[in-house]
Design a protein around this ligand. Structure first.
Ligand SMILES: *[C@@H]1O[C@H](CO)[C@@H](O)[C@H](O)[C@H]1NC(C)=O
Ligand SMILES: *[C@@H]1O[C@H](CO)[C@@H](O)[C@H](O)[C@H]1NC(C)=O
Ligand SMILES: *[C@@H]1O[C@H](CO)[C@@H](O)[C@H](O)[C@H]1NC(C)=O
Ligand SMILES: *[C@@H]1O[C@H](CO)[C@@H](O)[C@H](O)[C@H]1NC(C)=O
Ligand SMILES: *[C@@H]1O[C@H](CO)[C@@H](O)[C@H](O)[C@H]1NC(C)=O
Ligand SMILES: *[C@@H]1O[C@H](CO)[C@@H](O)[C@H](O)[C@H]1NC(C)=O
Ligand SMILES: *[C@@H]1O[C@H](CO)[C@@H](O)[C@H](O)[C@H]1NC(C)=O
Ligand SMILES: *[C@@H]1O[C@H](CO)[C@@H](O)[C@H](O)[C@H]1NC(C)=O
Length: 903
């Protein structure tokens, strides 16, 4: 053990040195970056909250009239503004909101915080929260309380609370005064605390009430202050919330005209004369936020702003030879930053500095050739993503979100649909940085409900404000190419009403985005030439493009039966971008296979029809990747329909990229989905290789399925399928050829299948060829019994900041190191601090990707599923040091991994 410790210590030392150097460089750059006279402070308020939740309502308050006027800043027609109640404050006191309430026995929490994710899962037949919402305790009323210190220097400043997302119906009190709130749990919002603050006091009491109803969502929403919360301090005269708008129309590699619109707000009592001056820089190192070369100065403009007024200042400048933003691999996601300063005319003092990140690029949504980015056609290889981060729940974590995108990038995805709500702002930053195209989406329903307590209850009051708020926050992101106002809303078939709401929301999109990114709403039943369809710029089809229940295997099911509708939509809207916002809805659990395997290229699967495709007792669906919901299709069928309708079909968004919490079709007794190309842990299902072969055709890979441990199937038919971009493949079983297959020259074949293979243990090997040349090969072996655990970390150096994560994969292996594909050993994870005197990290959560595993996520013991499990290690904030994680299982050699946490 001593030798091991020494070796680990040596590694850690080198790591610390290297990382320390990097930090130094970053700090040096920051110093340059920081404008000494910025005038603006943005302070994280994530630490030090007291929290309490009640399953039933402890205070029974209705304060809607006081919250509604918050929407007015996002409602354009003053005539329809909500009236502020005559009594500025509700006429009764709520003890939890006041400063005299003693909350010392409440739970101490840091944000982002999701109160429901720790479970336990509801497993009863009639749970309070069912499978649809993830069987986790998302419901109830909760209060978050915290003190704020406001110094004497904050006199004459405006002090705002910026909440990136709170689930849901939030109301904010400061020193016993109701200061604002926002009901929709996915939007970001700002509350002005200024009128109610005690200056020069550490005793300002902030209190936030949330209310999360049951039956309010079709998936897991999480609960709580689940995104970042900020305190923003500015001069009375400052750039307004989301107060800049950049457009870069007409950009080429030679030159671009950047137009900037700046909204200056004067919340003071006297008129202010300010200069608005902006410089544009390249972002040299996006990760470090390092400014690069200055590429333009927008002429400064003098503006006079009356007290209580806002004034908009427009400027523009030409950027020569701009570094354009575009999606890899053919383009580079270069970013720019506009640094805007407000300079007081009377003293030349800078009173505000505001940074706007943006990208210079052109988008052209065409009806004939799909989407052009900087003139190049980009076929949308997209996925849908829900907002949860698997075992970490809804609580936003930058590293977990980044890892989701890294896995999608490896897959070959270049686009993401934010299904079905505004995402965390940092996720859009990541999409900009990594070069994903984004369809941003506002709502899952309008007036017609999908669940009794969902957004339909507040749609009429809040839809304008919520849509405008989302767009003002997000419109400078170059990644966004489309604005979706709804997903499969009931109004699709609601005749004139559907058309009228659709046109109203479309008009808002056009007003808020002068760069003409189009409006859309996803259509799973609307047909061409309905009032609904005609309301939108972009035709986004869910499943209708490839056809719904239109093949013999699906014909017996009730519900919509629709032939492939790409041609009909294209004919009706020849000039509109046409894409599939949802495709496939294919089902599988990683590493599980059932027999007999269907001969079809796509077959339905429900909890009633297990034949071959699933096991209702285990709640698992076969990973032969041929099965789908009755309204869906296998990937193969979607590919064929996309290919038949090129080049006018712009691409697809697969339902879904990652598995997610809730909506566990076809088994609602489970807790997470079966739709993902990767499972809830981020482990690849076989489907990953099917999409990768199509989306990264130059990658030399071949992938065999199933695994080859079938002791009970000797001599039985056990089909073997291979996913590869090659066009020819030869399969060998124990050295004997099982024949060479060629991909048909027609477009209907996206896999090689040897459906008559009879199982015998040993070695399966495939050798593939493309254009007659050897391409790639793959081997699958029958393994021995479990012998050891192999533990590996995605990153062994992490920041000791309380947020950074290392994702640890444990594999159950045989004596030769082969992963045992059906192993389900119970594995326990332990954190051992080797160097340094304090507790350096914790296992934040564990998972295995099995949608029916009902062991709560924080458990340190997790059964392997199909040979694998995941532990998520979080370093605690502090001095850092070396930490090892050990994985143990009865009868197996333990696995060990060393990590370094640096401050
Ligand atoms: C608040 O309650 C705790 C126990 O819950 C008690 O120890 C403390 O003295 C109380 N504080 C005040 C100011 O009453
Ligand atoms: C702030 O409060 C401290 C302690 O109460 C007091 O000594 C100081 O004079 C105050 N400062 C201002 C500017 O009011
Ligand atoms: C601004 O006006 C308000 C109300 O008229 C008043 O309460 C406040 O003291 C004034 N603030 C300043 C800095 O003059
Ligand atoms: C300033 O720019 C905004 C956004 O492009 C536009 O809506 C507005 O009309 C412009 N104002 C003026 C005075 O040009
Ligand atoms: C502000 O700066 C301008 C240009 O540098 C200069 O002409 C002017 O005198 C300055 N005003 C004050 C009050 O310092
Ligand atoms: C967009 O593309 C279409 C079709 O290729 C072309 O006719 C049109 O001129 C383009 N528009 C712009 C603004 O580039
Ligand atoms: C494509 O090729 C396969 C295999 O050769 C054949 O069975 C199928 O009928 C063909 N499909 C079309 C649409 O030509
Ligand atoms: C399989 O691929 C590897 C890596 O490309 C190559 O080195 C090897 O020769 C191939 N084996 C066979 C049997 O084709």
């Amino acid at each position: 053990m001593t030798a091991l410790v020494n070796r680990l210590a040596a590694t850690a030392h080198a790591g610390v040195l290297l990382f320390g150097l990097l930090l130094l460089l970053v700090q040096a750059a920051d110093a340059l970056w920081d404008d000494a006279a910025s005038g603006r402070e943005r302070i994280s308020l994530n630490k030090g909250w007291h929290f309490k939740r009640w399953e039933s309502n402890p205070d029974n308050i209705v304060l809607k009239p006081w919250i509604l006027p918050m929407a007015n800043a996002f409602i354009n027609d003053p005539a329809t503004h909500f009236k502020t109640p005559v009594d500025r404050q509700p006429g009764f006191r709520i003890s939890f909101a006041g400063d005299s309430y003693n909350d010392t026995d409440w739970e101490a929490v840091d944000l982002p915080h999701d109160w429901a994710i720790k479970g336990p899962f509801y497993t009863a037949d009639t749970p309070v929260v069912g499978g649809g919402m993830g069987r986790l305790p998302i419901h109830g009323i909760a209060w978050y309380r915290r003190k704020l210190t406001i110094g004497p220097e904050d006199e004459d400043r405006r002090i705002y609370l910026d909440i990136d997302g709170a689930m849901s119906y939030s109301m904010v009190w400061i020193n016993g005064n109701l200061a604002g709130g926002w009901p929709f749990g996915y939007n970001s919002f700002r509350v002005d605390l200024t009128p109610y603050l005690k200056l020069n006091s550490s005793d300002n009491q902030l209190a936030i009430r949330l209310d999360n109803p049951v039956q309010s969502s079709r998936w897991y929403p999480g609960g709580g202050l689940y995104r970042n919360v900020w305190l923003v301090k500015v001069d009375d005269t400052h750039i307004a919330q989301w107060g800049t708008l950049v457009t870069t129309e007409g950009a080429t590699a030679e030159a671009a005209t950047v137009q900037l619109s700046v909204q200056v707000e004067n919340s003071g009592n006297s008129s202010r004369e300010v200069m608005v001056a902006t410089d544009i820089y390249e972002l040299a190192d996006v990760k470090a936020g390092m400014r690069g070369m200055k590429v333009a100065s927008l002429g400064s403009k003098l503006v006079s702003v009356l007290p209580g007024q806002r004034q908009t200042v427009n400027t523009s400048a030409k950027v020569e030879k701009p570094k354009l933003w575009g999606p890899p691999p053919t383009q580079t996601p270069n970013l720019h930053v506009a640094v805007t300063r407000l300079i007081l005319a009377s003293s030349n003092k800078t009173i505000d500095t505001y940074e706007t990140r943006f990208g210079i690029r052109t988008l052209n949504a065409t009806g004939e050739r799909g989407l052009l980015v900087n003139g190049e056609r980009i076929y949308l290889q997209g996925v849908n993503q829900h907002h949860d981060l698997g075992a970490l729940g809804a609580a936003f974590n930058h590293r977990a979100a980044e890892r989701q995108l890294e896995v999608l990038r490896e897959l070959g995805a270049n686009a993401i649909r934010m299904s079905h709500n505004p995402p965390a702002p940092e996720l859009l930053d990541l999409a900009d940085e990594m070069g994903f195209l984004v369809m941003n989406e506002a709502f899952d329903c309008w007036q017609n409900q999908k669940n009794p307590n969902d957004f339909h209850l507040i749609f009429d009051d809040w839809s304008e404000a919520d849509l405008r708020a989302m767009m003002r926050r997000d419109r400078n992101h170059p990644s966004i190419f489309a604005w979706s106002t709804g997903n499969e809303v009931g109004e699709q078939t609601d005749g004139a009403n559907g058309g009228s709401i659709g046109r109203r929301l479309s008009a808002i999109v056009h007003e808020e985005d002068p760069s003409h990114r189009g409006s859309t709403a996803s259509m799973n039943v609307a047909k061409p030439n309905t009032p609904f369809t005609e309301a939108f710029d972009i035709m986004s089809l869910n499943y209708q493009g490839e056809g719904i229940r239109d093949t013999p295997a699906y014909s017996g099911f009730t519900g919509t039966h629709t032939p492939p509708l790409y041609p009909d939509f294209h004919k009706a809207f020849p000039n509109s971008l046409l894409l599939s916002s949802e495709t496939a809805a294919a089902l599988s659990t990683r590493g599980t296979y059932f027999f007999p395997v269907t001969n079809e290229s796509s077959a339905p699967q429900t909890d009633q029809i297990p034949a071959g495709g699933s096991d209702p007792k285990l709640r698992q669906v076969s990973a032969y990747e041929l099965y789908s919901t009755p309204f869906g299709a296998s990937p193969d069928k979607v590919f064929a329909k996309q290919d038949e309708n090129q080049p006018y079909v712009a691409g697809e968004f697969v339902w879904t990229g990652w598995d997610y919490l809730g909506e566990p079709t076809p088994y609602y007794s489970a807790r997470s989905s079966y739709f993902g190309i990767v499972d809830l842990c981020g482990f690849k299902k076989d489907r990953f290789h099917l999409y990768q072969a199509r989306w990264r055709p130059d990658l030399k890979t071949a992938h065999i399925l199933p695994h080859w441990n079938w002791p009970d199937r000797k001599g039985e038919v056990t089909p073997v399928h291979v996913f590869t971009a090659a066009d020819e493949a030869e399969l060998f079983l124990n050295g004997k050829t099982l024949g060479t297959l060629k991909k048909a020259s027609n477009v209907t074949s996206y896999r090689f299948r040897w459906d008559d293979v009879r199982y015998e243990p040993g070695e399966l090997r495939v050798v593939t060829f493309k254009d007659g040349k050897e391409w790639a090969n793959d081997t699958v072996l029958t393994t021995g019994a479990p012998a050891a655990l192999r533990l590996t970390a995605d990153r062994s150096l992490i920041k000791a900041d309380g947020h950074d994560l290392s994702f640890l994969t444990v594999e159950v292996v045989d004596k030769d190191g082969l992963v045992v594909p059906d192993a389900s050993n119970a594995i326990t994870f332990t954190v051992v601090t080797v160097v340094g005197g304090y507790d350096m990290g914790e296992i934040a959560a564990t998972d295995n990707g099995d949608p029916y595993d009902m062991v709560a996520f924080p458990s340190k013991t997790r059964k392997a599923f199909s040979g694998k499990a995941l532990a998520i290690m979080r370093a605690k904030p502090g001095a850092g040091g070396l930490v090892t994680v050990v994985a143990t299982a009865e009868g197996l050699t333990r696995g060990i991994v060393a990590l370094t946490a640096v401050p």
